[in-house]
Design a protein around this ligand. Structure first.
Ligand SMILES: CC(=O)N[C@H]1[C@@H](OP(=O)(O)OP(=O)(O)OC[C@H]2O[C@@H](n3ccc(=O)[nH]c3=O)[C@H](O)[C@@H]2O)O[C@H](CO)[C@@H](O)[C@@H]1O[C@H](C)C(=O)N[C@@H](C)C(=O)N[C@H](CCC(=O)O)C(=O)O
Ligand SMILES: Nc1ncnc2c1ncn2[C@@H]1O[C@H](COP(=O)(O)OP(=O)(O)OP(=O)(O)O)[C@@H](O)[C@H]1O
Ligand SMILES: N[C@H](CCC[C@H](N)C(=O)O)C(=O)O
Ligand SMILES: [Mg+2]
Length: 503
């Protein structure tokens, strides 16, 4: 991949250039640590540091041109291009640099507070069953066919996203199914992408630290549907697949100037589900649609997964996949790592590891556990540091309302003091307990997550259900000064094993 700097400059009419434009650019980077010889280095003013402070570092590593929005000194032969807004400039330049790979793929974008990862995995499995070559981008990993690549964000920044899409095109992918986070929409990480299908799962509280208000958060998600309707569209046949049981569904539909496939359980919609039976190890239900009735017996469970399946079926119908293939794919779908994942280590009680890290996610998963639990519910959970603080007491209250024993612990405290996060959660737990008369429920605050999981396992009796929520597939714990290995599933297995050895 290479472009002449002159070609890139032509995309930036406001650029004031100092130095040569007749030079070859072989890479674009906004992180000096990723600069290789021939790079155009883009300086972004970040939340923590300012990219303009890394120009020398970038030049040492081989940058030949620098895009800035502040006045900087000159550096020998290096070309300096000054624009009003480097982030906007990067969004114009990068998709062009990679030859707009999104135009050569069918792009499915999934947005919503919860269910994005699960829904993308379901869609991927249906499209693969239909014989397509499919890439996936999201919270857990990037997949190019079966090749897995690590990720930092749910939706990568514009450089990583465009280069990944280019790799997908080069590897023969026909589809990309990707999670589109509200951060990505607000920060334009998806610049240069043209989605064929947009999916809205749901809208509940999260990320208020970033968006400030719920209305801003809704509006960020609505951007995916506005993008589907852009007049400059190079693709045709766009579809919005929208959960109409969610009150924000209407807003998404109003922003979609394309065909809409609605879905829901309570509302009247194009796709609905009934005869729902939810068990620990799976679920069964029927979907009603233009094809008639599709009866399903699935290995995934919970009412929330009925919604995720409806969303995936909506996408498959938009993409004209045969209903028989949809059914086959769904019935052979095993699970998504860390989503309602059962830990089997020979114990006489149920252990579930789940990624619920929002009030709605936690409530849904607790409701599901309660639906089939024959014993008590023991819930181990925490809330992330440097994230929406207002969700902490709400999650504490929900844990106390649905759980019999609540063990509050740490979940990626990041730069925050774990005890302070737990104090915010405890306010909600107390509130929840005081609203229940004659409660024999109890709670404990244990900052060390391994210790909290151990306590839960030691307290468990046959028939109880332990829910370890918040980290799901994560294999680490982010502390103030370091990141340590930590996997809820592995810790639970290890502790159960130790308990059996020690009698
Ligand atoms: C708030 C936010 O989105 N922050 C993103 C932002 O970081 P930042 O503004 O803090 O960047 P910074 O560290 O201050 O650095 C500023 C600039 O200096 C550069 N730099 C920095 C150091 C250096 O040595 N050299 C150098 O050039 C950086 O590359 C950057 O260009 O730019 C980074 C690079 O693109 C992102 O990785 C980072 O996401 C962080 C990791 C993050 O946690 N984001 C979360 C909140 C997020 O985006 N979450 C969503 C939603 C999750 C979900 O609900 O599913 C997601 O899509 O992941
Ligand atoms: N449709 C849904 N509605 C509500 N809760 C859900 C739904 N699907 C999954 N959940 C719950 O939310 C958790 C996260 O699910 P998933 O990873 O699919 O969501 P996500 O939107 O990708 O999350 P993230 O924003 O962190 O990427 C699950 O572990 C489950 O507890
Ligand atoms: N995508 C979410 C994931 C949260 C997962 C939880 N384990 C945490 O660290 O808060 C976020 O970055 O807010
Ligand atoms: Mg996700």
């Amino acid at each position: 991949m290479a472009k002449n700097l002159e070609q890139l400059a032509a995309l930036l009419p406001d650029a004031v250039t100092h130095g040569r434009l007749d030079r070859e650019i072989t890479a674009v980077a906004h992180d000096s640590r990723k600069v290789v010889p021939g790079t155009l280095f883009v300086c972004l003013a970040g939340v923590h540091v300012d990219g303009h402070d890394f120009i020398e570092d970038a030049i040492k590593r081989g940058a030949v041109a620098v895009l800035v929005e502040k006045d900087v000194t000159t550096y020998g032969d290096i070309t300096i291009m000054k624009v009003d807004n480097t982030r906007a400039a990067m969004q114009a330049v990068v998709p062009y640099f990679f030859d707009y790979p999104g135009y050569n793929l069918r792009m499915i974008g999934v947005t919503g507070t919860n269910g994005k990862t699960t829904t993308t995995y379901l869609i991927r499995s249906i499209l693969r069953q239909a014989g397509y070559k499919v890439g996936l981008i999201g919270t857990i990993q990037t997949l190019i066919d079966d090749k897995a690549l690590p990720v930092k964000n749910t939706t990568p920044d514009v450089i990583e996203l465009q280069s990944t899409l280019a790799e997908m095109v080069n590897s023969g992918m026909e589809y990309v199914v990707m999670e589109v986070s509200s951060h990505a929409l607000a920060l334009e990480r998806v610049a240069g992408c043209e989605f064929d299908v947009g999916v809205f799962t749901n809208m509940t509280q999260d990320h208020l630290d970033f968006h400030q208000t719920f209305d801003n958060y809704i509006d960020a998600k609505a951007e995916l549907f506005r993008r589907l309707s852009q007049p400059s569209s190079r693709k045709s046949g766009k579809t919005a697949v929208i959960n109409f049981d969610d009150s924000a569904g209407e807003i998404m539909a109003n922003n979609s100037a394309c065909s809409v496939i609605s879905y829901g359980i309570k509302c009247s919609a194009v796709l609905t589900a009934d005869s729902i039976d939810v068990e620990a190890a799976g679920s069964s239900f029927s979907i009603n649609g233009v094809f008639g009735i599709m009866s399903l017996k699935l290995g995934i469970t919970g009412m929330f997964n009925v919604y995720n399946v409806l969303a995936a079926v909506g996408v498959a119908l938009a993409e004209k996949v045969d209903p028989a293939i949809i059914k086959q794919a769904l019935e052979s779908f095993i699970s998504v790592p860390g989503r309602f994942e059962l830990v089997h280590a020979g114990q006489p009680f149920t252990v579930i590891v789940d990624y619920a890290h929002t009030p709605d996610g936690l409530e849904n998963v607790l409701k599901t556990a309660k639906q089939f639990a024959k014993g008590r519910i023991i819930v181990v959970f925490g809330c992330g540091g440097d994230r929406d603080r207002t969700k902490r007491p709400i999650m504490g209250k929900l844990a106390a309302q649905y759980g019999d024993i609540v063990l509050a612990t740490s979940d990626n405290p990041r730069s925050e003091d774990p005890e302070k996060i737990l104090a915010d959660i405890e306010v909600g737990i107390r509130d929840g307990l005081s609203s229940i008369a004659c409660s024999d429920k109890s709670y404990k605050i244990t900052p060390d997550r391994r210790q909290a999981i151990t306590q839960a396992l030691q307290l468990a009796e046959p028939q109880d259900v332990i829910l370890i929520a918040g980290k799901g597939h994560e294999t680490y714990q982010i502390l103030k000064d370091r990141t340590i290995d930590f996997d809820d599933r592995q810790v639970a297995r290890e502790v159960i094993r130790e308990m059996r050895i020690n009698g």
